[in-house]
Design a protein around this ligand. Structure first.
Ligand code: WTA
Length: 635
């Protein structure tokens, strides 16, 4: 969401109020001297990360902490041996953590389950053995299309443990989108479920998976988790029930010794073209930064319960529902459902029921709860809450203040964490000991060097908008784009010389606090979900009546952004309500229910550059009533 310069100035003036950390928070905080820590890390970021790396288990230590001899294909902890799943599970076995609750799970209808670390470890091992029996080997890709259930964590951990590369596809994607991702990753196994419930309605995952796999001859086996118990079509030759696969498998399994730089997973995300990018993350550096950030940003310890409300299908779920909490040895809550069913206080009831200590959520959810009114959170004491978190899109100061007052009861600091699928872990975020400003992500995490610059890479003055860039490298960074290293180089390292290009616009205030304004105009954030304009435009073009389409994001009070599409129809075709419905259907079929189209406007032609590129900025400026010359109103 772009803000105008005037709004930015207002934000700056209004937000000079600092929210200081309470004594209680400071008492337990792992980092107490904020400025001192930032200074120390700044002097030598590589040393900072080398120290952080001591928190994870290495089968063999590294030869070199950081290697930039093949830039931009950077390496961390080269020569070292480790395993991401070993760090999340195996290392806790034989310690008091083994008997702690690893996962609490509940679904919309109230069914619940609990796994201790030891139980989780045993089931992961059974699945490792089961997958091996199906022929899965080190380096193979396994696609995962599952709802937010413990088996998702188990599938990911099992893959990582045996050295296979998991590729999770969010369950809100369509058969076509799933097919495309399975094909790009050349996956040979798909793990899915019979179905799930959303607002009481059945989500028919298995039949979507069937349609996707029909065109993927490489997929030899489909493993099916019995989740909601609905009737499904079962292909005896290809499908196998998850519970039958793991039944009778030994509860111990060998852990693959992986190089720090071996890929642990690929996660597809939207970019500037219609083809999603397969972001690669590795075993070593990813583990180091995810663990260091969850420990310092959320300060979790002991028997604490952490609830990250994201979906495991996104990077937030990978890092902060599954790997982070488990590496930290605390309890993670997985909730398979929406936060306002059966009533708008479901989310607060869950916080109370599971005595959640840290709640990590998204601005879109906070704004939805705000809309329901103050009375709902006020019904609940939520005494267990200590720290709150926000991620995924800019949080406007009003939503921040509401969250702070009505959920945090003015005592829980809010960690507004900026990061991306590509960064793997949090990058710009306060720590609990830091003074906060409502609506700002604070300063870069220790060991991260960020800046706001112009097109040439020159830092812009305080209070002025520009491109958000990262000036150093960090352990959990993307290593490459699967099957497309050129795209990796071009997208992130060549837009602005010598720095990592985030694609976001931001400004810094005089205290060095960052205020993220949103994406440059090719990636959208709809209710925190990342979607590409090009990907939606090409979905429109699947309809036979469409010549071409352009898509922009418009400010939305709850979702942050909503999609508006401008569609050019073939000659002789008349716009109608029915056609609008058909177009929405086409997009849903092509991308999935995650791509909700707000408004559709029919037009004769789209504004284009001389080289034929659609000028979405012009469309957006017109919609927002901004001067065309200053279209982004920011840069
Ligand atoms: C946006 C999600 C403002 C940003 C972890 C980024 C944010 C994109 C914040 C990445 C935040 C994420 N404040 N904007 N705290 N966190 N973003 O890959 O535009 O789904 O580039 O990763 O989300 O989205 P992704």
């Amino acid at each position: 969401m772009h803000q105008t310069s005037r709004e930015m100035t207002e934000v700056l003036v209004q937000n000079q109020k600092l929210y200081q950390p309470s004594r209680a928070i400071l008492k337990t905080a792992r980092v107490k001297d904020y400025q001192g820590m930032l200074k120390k890390a700044r002097r030598n970021p590589v040393k900072f990360w080398a120290e952080a790396a001591n928190d994870i288990h290495w089968f063999k230590k590294w030869d070199k902490v950081f290697d930039d001899s093949h830039k931009p294909f950077y390496q961390w902890f080269a020569g070292a041996k480790t395993n991401l799943a070993y760090n999340a599970l195996d290392r806790h076995i034989g310690t008091p953590v083994a008997n702690k609750t690893a996962i609490f799970w509940e679904d919309e209808s109230g069914r619940s389950r609990r796994y201790s670390y030891l139980e989780l470890y045993h089931e992961v091992n059974q699945l490792v053995n089961g997958l091996k029996k199906l022929g899965v080997k080190k380096g193979d890709r396994v696609a995962v299309y599952l709802p937010n259930i413990p088996e998702t964590a188990i599938a990911l951990l099992a893959c990582a443990k045996l050295g296979a590369i998991h590729s999770v596809v969010y369950a809100g994607y369509s058969a076509k989108a799933l097919e495309e991702r399975i094909k790009d990753a050349k996956a040979k196994i798909l793990v899915t479920a019979d179905g799930s419930f959303r607002r009481g309605k059945v989500v028919d995952l298995k039949s979507i998976a069937d349609r996707a796999v029909k065109n993927c001859p490489r997929v030899k086996k489909v493993v099916v988790v019995k989740n909601n118990g609905q009737k499904i079509k079962f292909n005896r030759r290809r499908d196998i029930w998850y519970h039958e696969l793991i039944k009778n498998q030994p509860v111990e399994a060998k852990c693959a010794v992986m190089s720090a730089e071996d890929p642990a997973f690929v996660l597809y995300t939207s970019g500037t073209t219609s083809k999603p990018k397969g972001v690669i993350h590795v075993h070593g550096g990813y583990a180091v930064q995810v663990l260091r950030t969850i420990k310092w940003v959320f300060d979790l310890r002991g028997n604490e319960v952490f609830w990250c409300t994201a979906d495991p299908g996104w990077i937030t779920g990978h890092s902060y529902i599954i790997y982070g909490p488990l590496m930290a040895g605390i309890t993670t809550l997985m909730y398979e459902g929406v936060p306002d069913v059966p009533r708008p206080d479901r989310i607060w009831r869950l916080v109370e029921k599971y005595k959640v200590n840290v709640l990590y959520t998204a601005p879109t959810l906070i704004r939805l709860m705000m809309k329901y009114g103050n009375a709902w959170p006020q019904k609940h004491q939520m005494k267990s809450l200590r720290i709150l978190g926000s991620v995924g899109e800019p949080i406007n100061p009003a939503a921040w203040k509401w969250f702070h007052k009505y959920v945090g009861k003015n005592r829980c600091p809010i960690m507004d964490t900026w990061w991306q699928t590509e960064t793997g872990a949090q990058m710009i975020t306060p720590l609990p000991c830091a003074p906060l400003k409502a609506g700002s992500t604070g300063k870069p995490f220790p060991g991260i060097v960020a800046d706001v610059v112009d097109k040439k890479g020159k830092p812009v003055p305080y209070g002025k908008g520009g491109y958000l860039v990262i000036k150093n490298q960090w352990p959990s960074m993307i290593r490459t784009i699967f099957n497309n290293p050129e795209r990796y180089v071009k997208t992130y390292w060549q837009k602005i010389k010598a720095v990592y290009f985030t694609g976001d616009v931001a400004f810094k205030d005089k205290d060095g606090y960052y205020w993220i304004q949103g994406r440059t105009d090719d990636v959208l954030k709809i209710a925190g979900h990342r979607l590409g304009t090009a990907e939606i435009e090409s979905a429109f073009a699947h309809h036979p009546a469409v010549v071409e389409a352009a898509v922009i994001g418009l400010p939305d009070p709850v979702k942050g952004e909503s999609i508006k599409a401008f569609v050019v129809l073939k000659q002789g075709i008349k716009p109608s309500d029915k056609l609008q419905e058909e177009l929405r259907h086409t997009v849903r079929q092509t991308i999935g229910p995650v791509a909700v189209i707000g408004a559709i406007a029919f037009t004769d032609k789209l504004p284009k550059t001389r080289s034929g590129k659609i000028m979405r900025r012009v469309l957006k400026a017109k919609e927002l009533g901004l001067p065309l010359g200053d279209t982004s109103a920011l840069i």
